[in-house]
Design a protein around this ligand. Structure first.
Ligand SMILES: C[S@@+](CC[C@H](N)C(=O)[O-])C[C@H]1O[C@@H](n2cnc3c(N)ncnc32)[C@H](O)[C@@H]1O
Length: 333
C-alpha cells in the first residue's frame, strides 16, 4: 500500500472538530485549534486530548500561539460574522468580522491551503457581494480558487454566484442521511501552480435515516402531547399563511432528514421521528452526531442541550473527509 502523505493543519472555530476528523482520516495532524465556547471546548478536549486548544481567536495571545508553519488552515467561520450593516459601511472593509481573523492568519502564516466552510446563504448574502469581498481579499493575498480572477475582480456578481454554486455540496451525496447543503471554499497558494481544484464527486451511496437511528431510544425523547399539538397548530397556521412548513416528520425509511440546526435542542421540530401508536420523538444526542457522520467512538458532551447545539453547528464529517482527500492528492502532493 502506498504510504499516506502526512500534513499539518489548524482547526479554527473548531466546534467539535468536524474538520479535525476529516483531516486526521487523511493523514493530517492538528497543530493548533481555537474554540471559545467552554462546552464545545469540553467536547473537543474529550475527543482530541493531545491537540493544543486555545480560546478566542480575536485575542493576540491566541494568534501568537499559532505555529509558523503548517499546511492547511481549516475554518467554518460563524455566519453571523457578516451583518449587512457592517459590510455596507465600508464595502471592502472586513475589519471587525471573524472572517478577518482568517485573512490575517493566512497573511502572516501563508499555509499552502485554506479550506473554509459556510452556510449556503453566503452565496446569496448581500446579492453575492459578501462572498465577492471575501474572495477578493484572499485572492489578493496570494491565494486562488476555482473562480477565475477576472470574475472575482469584475462587476458581474451574478456570474461569481454561478461559479460559487459549484462549491456547494450536499451531505446526502456523501452517505449521510441529511439534506444539508454547505459551501466549501478551497483556496491554494498561487505558487503551487495548480490551475483547478477538482471537488469530490458524489459517492452515490444510498442513504436511509434508519441507518443512524438507535434501536431502543429512551422514552424521554418522545415529545409531549402539548408540544406535538403545538407543532401541528404552528404548521397549520404557517400553511394557511403560505409561510413554509414547520416541523419535519420522518420515518426510518426516509432517505434523509432535514438539516439539523444549532437550535435543534429547543423543540427538535426540524427532525421528528414518527413512532407508530405514539407521539413522534426527537433524535437522541448520539443520533444527532451520527447524522453529521461522527463515528461511535465519538465522546458526547454530558449536557444534551449542548450536544445538540454542537452537532447542529458542525460540518458533516464524510463531506470534509472527501474534500480533504482531494486536497491531499491535488494540492499537497
Ligand atoms: C459554525 S461553528 C463551527 C463548527 C465546527 N466547524 C465543527 O465542525 O464543529 C462556529 C464555532 O465558532 C466558535 N467561535 C465563535 N467566535 C469565536 C471566537 N472569537 N474564537 C473562537 N471560537 C469562536 C463558536 O463557539 C462555534 O463553535
Amino acid at each position: 500500500m502506498a504510504k499516506r502523505k502526512k500534513f499539518t493543519f489548524i482547526d479554527l472555530f473548531a466546534g467539535i472538530g468536524g474538520f479535525h476528523q476529516g483531516c486526521t482520516a487523511n493523514g493530517g495532524t492538528c497543530v493548533f485549534a481555537s474554540e471559545w465556547d467552554p462546552y464545545a471546548q469540553e467536547t473537543y478536549r474529550a475527543n482530541y486530548p493531545t491537540t493544543p486548544l486555545y480560546g478566542d481567536i480575536t485575542l493576540k495571545e491566541t494568534k501568537d500561539a499559532i505555529p509558523t508553519n503548517f499546511d492547511v488552515l481549516c475554518g467554518g467561520f460563524p455566519c453571523q460574522a457578516f451583518s449587512n450593516a457592517g459590510l455596507r459601511k465600508g464595502f471592502e472593509d472586513t475589519r471587525g468580522t471573524l472572517f478577518n481573523e482568517i485573512a490575517e492568519i493566512l497573511q502572516t502564516r501563508k499555509p499552502k491551503v485554506a479550506f473554509l466552510e459556510n452556510v449556503r446563504g453566503l452565496v446569496s448574502h448581500d446579492s453575492g457581494r459578501t462572498l465577492q469581498v471575501i474572495l477578493r481579499k484572499l485572492t489578493h493575498m496570494g491565494y486562488r480558487c476555482n473562480i477565475p480572477q477576472d470574475i472575482i475582480d469584475g462587476d458581474n456578481v451574478k456570474l461569481l454566484q454561478d461559479h460559487a454554486k459549484k462549491m456547494i455540496l450536499k451531505s446526502r451525496d456523501f452517505g449521510v442521511p441529511q439534506n444539508r447543503q454547505r459551501i466549501y471554499i478551497v483556496l491554494w497558494r498561487r505558487d503551487l501552480n495548480v490551475e483547478h481544484f477538482e471537488y469530490p464527486k458524489p459517492l452515490m451511496t444510498p442513504t436511509r435515516l434508519g441507518d443512524i437511528l438507535e434501536a431502543n431510544p429512551d422514552p424521554k425523547y418522545t415529545i409531549s402531547d402539548r408540544m406535538w399539538i403545538g407543532h401541528q397548530n404552528r404548521k397549520a397556521r404557517n400553511e394557511a399563511a403560505g409561510k413554509g412548513f414547520g416541523y419535519g416528520l420522518f420515518t426510518p425509511d426516509s432517505e434523509y432528514a432535514n438539516t439539523i440546526s444549532a437550535r435543534y435542542w429547543k423543540d427538535g421540530s426540524e427532525i421528528l421521528i414518527a413512532q407508530p401508536g405514539k407521539n413522534p420523538r426527537t433524535l437522541t444526542p448520539r443520533e444527532a452526531v451520527r447524522l453529521q457522520g461522527y463515528g461511535e467512538e465519538f465522546v458526547l458532551n454530558k449536557s444534551e442541550k449542548q450536544m445538540y447545539k454542537q452537532a447542529g453547528n458542525s460540518v458533516s464529517v464524510p463531506v470534509v473527509k472527501e474534500i480533504v482527500r482531494q486536497i491531499v492528492k491535488q494540492l499537497l502532493g
